[in-house]
Design a protein around this ligand. Structure first.
Ligand code: TXA
Ligand code: MG
Length: 333
């Protein structure tokens, strides 16, 4: 059910949950200081109880009402990139009302989303909003109101339709509490290039999956229902009942395979490396489309996404989605 901004404000004030647009992906929002609202978010998403929720605020002053003093570097990041697709880690006082949302942790991840409708909601309600991506746990993050409805509609979740998300992949999560280093805990649209441009004296590290400080990365994430297998090199043929996910740049390489007569394989173009902004914007919608094709499996030819921020972010999401062919043997054909 699509609802108005005013309806969303009423639902949130009454302690309910509602899906809201952000510039990255849609979020399933509830009052972050209300244990019942937080519990409802976990229940609707079927989210593991040890996976804390990002808290969303209207502005930096509101963040500062809830967290211990921000490190100067964290503050600079917020001033430079917010509202926008960046989330920062901050410390909480022991008696913080946000500890339901953080699953008891004394660290919280906060962000100021850059979407006019959701900023209006945040200014009106005056409490912070816990808002993980508005999908059942383990499924794709939604980037349109229709994707939210397809997943959570049957559960009676109302959605504010703010159009297709402008960025399309989840926010960059950073920990800049140490003062001289920005640790990227989840890559996103703001990456090393943007960070170093505005703070050249600061070190920037990307925390790899094995040592990640973001619990969500431990859980299976961001994946379509259709299994996707990674080809290391172009194969000789494709098993029937499959789809191939493609980048424009891979067409030539896969031409001999895809032009075989009698080959009934669906092709789904993810976008191009030459326009990663558009590719990111459409990424989850394409994968959602994959699930609607009804094929048994899909394949993707390993590619170098490059070292730009969106390249790193898309590589990260693709790593999480793709299963290694060797695990099942299916991709070895
Ligand atoms: O772009 C975004 O960040 C979107 C929109 C809706 O704002 N939100 C989002 O939330 O992606 P979610 O819950 O799908 O992903 C948040 C990630 C999870 O991996 C979670 O484990 C981690 O952030 N996280 C949240 N709070 C945390 C905390 N206090 N400590 C460590 N990790 C945390
Ligand atoms: Mg999520």
């Amino acid at each position: 059910m699509i609802v108005s901004v005013q309806d969303a404000i009423n639902i949130l004030r009454a302690g309910g949950v509602v899906a809201l647009p952000t510039e990255t992906v849609y979020g399933l929002a509830g009052n972050a200081t209300n244990p019942q609202a937080v519990a409802q978010i976990f229940a609707v998403k079927n989210r593991p109880a040890d996976n804390p929720l990002i808290c969303h605020f209207a502005d930096i002053a509101s963040i500062e009402q809830y967290v211990e003093t921000l490190s100067p570097l964290t503050r600079r990041l917020l001033e430079r990139f917010s509202p926008g697709p960046i989330s920062v880690m901050a410390d909480l006082p022991v008696d913080s009302p946000l500890r339901f949302a953080t699953c008891g942790s004394l660290q919280v991840i906060v962000r100021i989303p850059n979407h006019p409708l959701t900023l209006t909601v945040l200014h009106e309600v005056t409490f912070p909003l816990a808002a993980p991506s508005a999908n059942t746990s383990g499924q794709l993050s939604p980037t349109t109101a229709q994707m939210v409805e397809a997943d959570l509609g049957q559960k009676g979740i109302a959605v504010v339709d703010g159009g297709a998300c402008r960025v399309g992949v989840e926010s960059t999560i950073v920990d800049a509490r140490a003062g001289d280093v920005v640790r990227i805990l989840r890559p996103g649209a703001i990456g090393p290039a943007e960070l170093l441009q505005v703070m050249p004296a600061v070190r920037c590290t990307i925390v790899s999956d094995g040592q990640t400080a973001v619990p969500g990365s431990r859980h299976r994430h961001y994946a379509p229902r259709t299994p996707v297998y990674l080809w290391k090199t172009p194969p000789g043929f494709v098993v029937p009942d499959s789809a191939v996910l493609l980048l424009e740049e891979q067409r030539k390489q896969l031409e001999p395979l895809l032009s075989r007569p009698g080959l009934h394989v669906r092709q789904l173009v993810l976008g191009s490396l030459a326009n990663l902004e558009e590719t990111a914007r459409n990424f989850y919608q394409r994968l959602h489309q994959l699930d609607s094709l009804g094929v048994k499996q899909a394949f993707f030819l390993k590619t170098d996404w490059g070292s730009s921020s969106l390249g790193l972010a898309l590589q990260d999401r693709m790593n999480k989605i793709c299963q290694s062919p060797n695990e099942t043997g299916i991709g070895n054909v």
